[in-house]
Design a binder for this molecule. Structure first.
Ligand code: HEM
Length: 147
């Protein structure tokens, strides 16, 4: 079981309270698709991913970026039971979408980068450590149904 300190809980809540999902979600997903182009293979139905500009201006990618952050909010609201909260989402990504679970870490790193860039010095080393711990629990829960 994952144990969270009060400081970690406070840091993670504070980061989420400042998050503009419609800005950070699209930036994070499009960054992932640009920097790790092999992740594009799962988004064949999302239209034009021809180059970085096309990816950044693709409304379906933007919308899905927001969806991913809403998905993360479910983890925030269930911090003591992220594994069970994500059971269905893990099955979806493994059995239906067949997403290579290594990609979860790549996307979560893109999210950290976008948030760090936006928050600047407010993203302290303590905040960073707390947030990366949160994301590592998310990544592990999403990868749980793979076998
Ligand atoms: C769908 C969350 C990582 C590919 C979804 C959905 C959520 C979600 C909430 C919608 C599920 C539904 O419709 O019921 C997350 C979270 C991730 C993550 C929290 C990690 C932090 C990834 C990665 C990829 C990926 C790394 C591929 C590289 C997809 C695809 C869909 C999807 C292709 C279906 C999109 C559609 O057709 O509408 N994800 N995801 N996900 N995810 Fe993820």
């Amino acid at each position: 079981m994952v144990v969270w300190t009060d400081e970690e809980r406070a840091a993670i809540s504070d980061i989420f309270s400042k998050l503009d999902y419609d800005d950070v979600g699209p930036k994070c997903l499009s960054r992932c698709l640009i920097v790790y182009p092999w992740t594009q293979r799962y988004f064949g139905a999302f239209g034009n991913l021809y180059n970085a500009e096309a990816i950044m201006n693709n409304p379906l990618i933007a919308k899905h970026g927001t969806t991913v952050l809403r998905g993360l909010e479910r983890a925030l609201k269930n911090m003591d039971d992220i594994k069970n909260t994500y059971a269905e989402l893990s099955i979806l990504h493994s059995e239906k979408l067949r997403v290579d679970p290594d990609n979860f870490k790549l996307l979560s790193d893109c999210l950290t980068i976008v948030i760090a860039a936006k928050m600047g010095t407010a993203f302290t080393p303590e905040y960073q450590a707390s947030f990366q711990k949160f994301l590592s629990v998310v990544v592990s829960a999403l990868g749980r149904q793979y076998h």
